[in-house]
Ligand binder design. Sequence first.
Ligand code: TRP
Length: 331
Amino acid sequence: METVVSGIRPTGNLHLGNYFGALRNFISMQNEHNCYFFIADYHSLTTHPTPGDLHGNVRQVMVEYLAAGLDPEKCTLYVQSDVPETAEMYLFLNMNAYIGELERCTSFKDKIRQQPQNVNAGLLTYPTLMAADIILHKATKVPVGKDQEQHLEMTRQFSNRFNRMYNVEYFPEPQAFNFGNELVKIPGLNGSGKMGKSEGEGNAIFLADEPEAIRKKVMKAVTDSGPTEPNQAKPEAIQNIFQLMKVVSAPDTLSFFEEQYNTCKIRYGDMKKQLAVDMISFTEPFRDKIKAISADEAYVSRVARIGKEKAQESASKTIREVREIIGFKRF
Ligand code: TRP
């Protein structure tokens, strides 16, 4: 059994791309491993959210992960700022992280370009905070996408450096959790290739979307003027509706429309109507559970409290031992 740690960005509502990406993998991992999943609200301060936005987004993500199937009995689901041991670990790591290596980090260089007016120290030390999250539970595996691999490599560097500096074999080397080809790519509705919140209005279907909103978005999905030759390859612009149909509709439904396409008889309006119906039923259980959980204030706060307690048990043990190793002694 591995110890798994992963941070979840508090982005508010989750869309189908999130579900078929990390979320579904977390749900299966919780059955086999000792998993710590946390909502990375300290990290989100680099962009200066308002207090209302911060809390609302953290709560929404928590509710939706629960609705989708994360089980607080099987995994430890917590809010990062509920475990201030994280901040202490971050402080220790910052003392041994070099400005040069932090400045060379790709995500930092991207941020400088994207937000030159807000290049704060939190952005520079994002990798040490992430490393703190991971080593706080002495994780052996971290499920990360391609964009996070460099951060994980830096985490290995920081924990090895700590071990060497104090001549201990304390932190394990966390490795990437490889999903192999289980990851399903979810395209956005506007034909841009990837479902995402920031990819434009109407591009993403959210798990909490009401049926009418789903129908409207699907009916507006980008298509082209239709095939002109039999068995023509599908251009990128219309792969979106076929790929989405593949994940939410019955196989027969998909093959029917494939056939219509291949024989140049397809009417995209009909296909979209069907896709909307299937999308609405696919998301229905999520929608219902999100509503029920969100309305149950007592349950949500109980989950947060239990998560905090379980995470702190592991975190405070690590911090106690790390303090000892560093040389902080009680008088
Ligand atoms: N940086 C990750 C992201 O942007 C989120 C994250 C924060 C994380 N701390 C982590 C992921 C620790 C894995 C482990 O998605």
